[in-house]
Design a protein around this ligand. Structure first.
Ligand SMILES: [Zn+2]
Ligand SMILES: [Zn+2]
Length: 123
C-alpha cells in the first residue's frame, strides 16, 4: 500500500499551522487570565471574602462592614454587643428593626457613586 505522500504532507502542514495559530491565541489568553487571577487572589486575600464589589447589594451595606457576609466583622459586632439576635445581624445594620439605618448606608453608596444603591434583595 502506498500513501500519496505530497498530499499528506500538505495536509499535516496546514493542520500544524492551524494548531499553532490556535495554540498561540490560547496561550496569550491564558496568560492574561492568569494575571487577572493573581489580581483576584490578592484582592480576596485582603478581604478574606469575595463578592468582588465594594458594595454588598444583597444587604445594602459596604462589603467590608457587612455583618451578614463578613464573619470577622460580625464577630466584632457581637463582642461589642451590637447584635440583633432576632435577625442574626449587627443591630446597627438591622434594617428590619431600624429602617432608618438603610438611608445611612445608602448615603455612603451615594457619596461614592453619585447615585442610589441597587434595591436590597431580601427585605
Ligand atoms: Zn452582605
Ligand atoms: Zn433586628
Amino acid at each position: 500500500m502506498r500513501i500519496s505522500s505530497p498530499k499528506v504532507v500538505i495536509t499535516s502542514a496546514l493542520l500544524m499551522a492551524a494548531l499553532f495559530t490556535v495554540g498561540c491565541g490560547k496561550d496569550t489568553k491564558t496568560a492574561e487570565a492568569d494575571k487577572a487571577n493573581v489580581a483576584d487572589q490578592a484582592e480576596s486575600a485582603k478581604t478574606d471574602h469575595q463578592h468582588g464589589e465594594w458594595w454588598c447589594a444583597e444587604h445594602g451595606i459596604p462589603e467590608e462592614t457587612c455583618g451578614q457576609c463578613n464573619a470577622k466583622f460580625a464577630a466584632e459586632c457581637q463582642k461589642k454587643g451590637d447584635w440583633c439576635e432576632m435577625h442574626d445581624r449587627p443591630d446597627s445594620q438591622c434594617f428590619v428593626c431600624h429602617p432608618e439605618f438603610k438611608a445611612k448606608f445608602a448615603a455612603q453608596y451615594k457619596a461614592k457613586y453619585g447615585k442610589e444603591p441597587p434595591p436590597i434583595e431580601d427585605e
